[in-house]
Design a protein around this ligand. Sequence first.
Ligand SMILES: [Zn+2]
Length: 473
Amino acid sequence: MAYIQFLGAAGTVTGSKHLINTGDLQVLVDCGLFQGKKEWRERNWQDMPIPAREIDAVILTHAHLDHCGWIPRLHKEGYRGKVYATPATIDLCGVILPDSGHLQEEDADFHNRQKSSKHNPALPLYTLEEAQDCLKNFIPVAFHTPTQLSPKFSFQFVHAAHILGSGMVEVSVDVNGATKQLVFTGDIGRVRESNGVAPGKVVRTGPETVDGQPTNVLVMESTYGNREHPKTDARPELARIIRETVNRGGTVVIPAFAVERTQKLLFMLKQLMEDGQIPKVPVHIDSPMAIKAIEIFIKHTEEYSDETKALIAKYGSPLKWDNFNFDTTSEQSKKVNSMVYPMIIVSSSGMVTGGRVLHHLIHRLSNPKNTVLFIGFQAPGTRGATIKSGAPTVKIFNLEVPIRAQVASIEQFSDHADTPELLQWLHTFERAPQVTYLVHGEPSASTLLKAAIEKEMKWNVAIAEWMQKVEVD
Ligand SMILES: [Zn+2]
């Protein structure tokens, strides 16, 4: 019996891990970290239902931690197979996975110092060195290149248009002499027709149509199964917030995810400056990972959106733009704290859970001239959510920092298709899949998307459950 088993991203948006078992081969599509609530994070420490060494291959859709962040742990548990991914995904994993290992080590150290773990000593899920070590098993696979893992199993990547290097995986397996087509969407980017409402998209917009032979099983993400992104252009609002802050003599601090979100913002800032919409104040990009991500981005010209191609042709690499400063060392970062003239600081982490942005906020939050601008989702319980909620203070390190700065947010930056866009993409299927399983969504989002697909497409849809096995026949 061939089956798919959902080992993660079922009932939640993190921990993506789907096992395909064909009888002769066991392949994982994605191998992500569980993040967020403790009950989910604890699953990072649980054993897999099959030993790691018995897994034959991992196919990775993209370089977000909730899709790739458990690979070093799998390796630590004895996995010695290959990890297949697109070249840009591999480059990004080369930055993201060691950084994740470093954070795991810091967490364990913290718990050991505070004696706040029930484990003594608290151990990291994996170390920086272990993360680096597993990268040698990564094998680049270009888009649209069928790759045979066994005579009965092949796969190829098609563009998902989510982040740099992101792909959907089309799998062909032979089950009792018949070829079955399985499609795993990974995360789905904004659809092409929404170009006007997803301005600044740095990689291609529009997930590709999955065609060829009919799909037997579609495993689809549902993050925004209950949401519509605002349809207005983000640029005028962004320009207004920056102009007003600069006129007050203040600084705009923008917490941003290092990969994709920061790059998208930089291109938008450059364009607004060149068009005379905002003053050419200094921009400080203070996130070593964001800087490395820009270098990787510049290398992969094949992934650019038309807008990005035009911008780079006109202005060159962001690393060479006048008044854009890339602060790599912590000395450079600290120097920014003493600068009092108006500027824009872009720093991670995006939800203010850690990273250099904490220092910038300690220095800027208490001054009403400044603005903190959020351009990404702030998960409940994070400092970002506290600041955004209008709280009078926020705790950073052991300081209770008063929030007197202006707080603003722009919601248009998402790299995920919203519900109308997901449905629009489904309409590109020539024939309905035999069955569609929804993963990677909070229960409310998956439930609403299921209802929307049933109503609009009349498809057979189910919501995947954690550890559920579904037969491929
Ligand atoms: Zn993602």
